[in-house]
Design a protein around this ligand. Structure first.
Ligand code: DC
Length: 240
């Protein structure tokens, strides 16, 4: 897409408070893509995975026993989460602490599913996510929201709903480069458990393998980041 085509879509969404919902598995590229789409369309941006990571980090920081679900739920219910839902500098505060960087550590990737698969934790975070979405709608700016259950549970009435997928091989390569800075065989193996094991666990609470009715599926396996952003912006322009 060229500059004019981007401008066309931007004018279609401007001031209309649209919600763009994007789901996908680990390594599908949804965070980088969603963030860039939000930036070019001048919309808000919410990374819901970062919210699950934030509360997982907080539970770890508070030395909660991860085998005790009720202790995790009490810890999550007790803390205030604040989100700066903008694409250029998204920030997350838990208990007043800025956790933007610490939540990206592989140690958090390893424990986050133990927290995110608890229904009572999801209830708390889904309601916080919906509040952020309502604010973005009311402001007219709108918001791109990405995660695992956005198209189906959090915002099933979003103006545009997209499932971003990629082959297992490509997802492993991307995550391996992100987490270990390499795509060598050892790094790929180290990512295998984190990526596939986590997806399997996460899939028990949200179906992000199949596109629900009305959800557009975009496969990014053979697309660069730039091409995937184009494909998403093009889809938005076609749907709104
Ligand atoms: O996208 P991510 O890897 O940052 O997500 C972190 C974890 O949060 C992942 O294990 C899945 C979970 N998650 C979820 O259950 N629902 C969402 N809407 C977003 C993420």
């Amino acid at each position: 897409m060229d500059y004019q085509e981007y401008e066309q879509v931007r004018s279609q969404v401007m001031g209309r408070g649209f919600v763009i919902a994007i789901d996908g598995p680990s390594g599908s590229g949804k965070s980088s893509v969603s963030r860039q789409v939000a930036a070019v369309l001048d919309m808000g941006y919410l990374d819901t995975g970062a919210m699950y990571r934030s509360v997982a980090w907080w539970c770890q920081y508070k030395n909660v026993d991860f085998s005790d679900e009720s202790a995790i739920v009490a810890c999550v219910k007790d803390v205030e989460i604040k989100v700066n839902a903008v694409p250029h500098a998204p920030r997350f505060f838990v208990g007043g602490m800025d956790v933007k960087d610490v939540i990206r550590q592989p140690s958090i990737s390893n424990i986050v599913s133990s927290v995110s698969t608890i229904p009572a934790v999801r209830e708390v975070l889904i309601s916080a996510q919906r509040a952020i979405i309502e604010e973005a709608k009311a402001s007219g700016r709108g918001i791109v929201v990405e995660g695992r259950d956005i198209t189906t549970v959090v915002a099933p009435d979003a103006a545009v709903r997209i499932l971003l997928t990629a082959s297992e091989e490509v997802r492993l390569q991307r995550r391996s480069l992100d987490d270990w800075g390499s795509q060598g065989p050892d790094a790929i193996e180290a990512s295998r458990d984190i990526v596939l094991g986590r997806d399997e666990k996460d899939m028990t609470v949200a179906n992000f393998a199949d596109a629900a009715p009305g959800v557009e599926r975009i496969d990014s396996s053979d697309l660069s980041l730039h091409e995937t952003v184009d494909a998403v912006v093009y889809t938005i322009g076609r749907k709104v």
